[in-house]
Design a protein around this ligand. Structure first.
Ligand code: PHE
Length: 351
């Protein structure tokens, strides 16, 4: 084998041994690079005569072409191998079963809230929303529950590290009752122009559902729970109206006329007289038991005054009910905490 053939041969072997494109480029440099063997041979031709140069040059060129062809083949082979490896690594197994996307659903308490809003809207009640971080005045004082009044201890309240203009800490509202006063203020503002022009201000008829907070936690109490406030103030709204409205609501909500209501005397600073509302199913698994669902009463004149209204002209009732409780009764759930654990095995049942 002559020298050129053996160079081409060793180039082919070096290229074949190169496992990566980088190895291949290094191998190439040893033959056709600046200090490569072919390049060295070319440089060595200077001393030759014209005819010899021709034959020698043609021979070296042939060898060079053979090396370049081998190089191109190997480059292609390495690129193909790389592509194959990548395709293999990223392969999709289209025979795998798809991941099932479960349809979502409304939370059972949200369903109850929607139901409450629908029923009261149909009775002409507005639906209002308000802050969960509330001032001391709105949560207590405006509701005829002044600082140091023993009735404040009825509710174990969370306080927030922010003080109001009165220097008293804000609280996480322990009930939705502050919405009575807030809504009345909004209502007066909204109708101020008409009132100045001599028009009578429309009566107030509103519910205010939302989240409430108390330091309380067991199977029937959660530190975060829901309430829905109701308020109807007009020139002659009485306890009788409360009975009619609430009875109608309960029968519609539970889709049953087989339901008794009891108004049990109670105390709240912001209502006088006050009553706890109990319901009793006449049939079904809960039949015969009295179940407390709301606090209620005729709005106290001091509260009406704090609303900015004349208690001689505006009288009516308020109630605060527990949508969580209603949800438990409607679906037969016995542990309130299930509603707030977020366990889909539980929630799935309400889809
Ligand atoms: N706010 C009272 C509570 O949380 C309920 C209530 C509301 C009672 C309105 C009377 C009138 O217990």
């Amino acid at each position: 084998m002559n020298e050129l053939d053996s160079i081409v041969d060793s180039a082919r072997q070096a290229f074949a041994a190169a496992a990566t494109p980088a190895d291949l480029e290094n191998a190439k440099a040893r033959f056709t690079g600046k200090a490569g063997r072919i390049t060295e041979l070319m440089k060595g031709m200077g001393a030759l005569g014209v005819d010899e140069k021709k034959t020698r040059g043609a021979a070296i060129n042939l060898a060079k072409q053979a090396i370049e062809a081998a190089l191109a083949d190997r480059r292609q082979a390495l690129a193909d191998a790389e592509l194959q490896a990548q395709l293999k690594a990223e392969a999709l197994d289209v025979s795998l079963p798809g991941r099932l996307r479960e349809p979502g659903g409304l939370h059972p308490v949200s369903r109850t809230m929607e139901r409450i809003e629908l029923i009261f809207s149909s009775m002409g009640f507005d639906v209002a929303d308000g802050p969960e971080i509330e001032s001391d005045w709105h949560s207590f004082t405006s509701l005829n529950n002044p600082p140091n009044h023993p009735a404040r201890s009825m509710q174990d309240t969370f306080y927030v590290d922010i003080k109001g203009d009165d220097g008293v800490a804000y609280n996480l509202r322990p009930h939705t009752s502050p919405m009575q006063v807030r809504y009345a203020h909004q209502h007066i503002k909204k109708h101020a122009d008409a009132a100045r022009a001599g028009a009578a201000m429309p009566e107030i008829r509103v519910i205010a559902p939302g989240r409430t907070y108390r330091v309380d936690s067991d199977a029937t109490h959660s530190p975060m729970f829901h309430q829905c406030e109701g308020l109807w103030l007009g020139d002659n709204v009485s306890f009788k109206d409360l009975k009619v409205v609430f009875t109608d609501f309960c029968r519609t909500f539970f889709e049953s006329n087989d339901l008794a209501l009891r108004f049990r005397p109670s105390f709240f600073p912001f209502t006088e007289p006050s009553a706890e509302i109990d319901i009793q199913f006449q049939s079904g698994p809960l039949a015969g038991r009295w179940l407390e669902v709301a606090g209620s009463g005729q709005v106290h004149p001091a509260v009406v005054r704090n609303m900015g209204l004349d208690p001689e002209k505006y009288i009516g009732f308020a109630f605060g009910m527990g949508p969580d409780r209603l949800t438990m009764l409607r679906y037969g759930v016995d542990d309130l905490r299930l509603f707030f654990d977020g366990d889909v095995r539980f929630l799935r049942q309400f889809r």
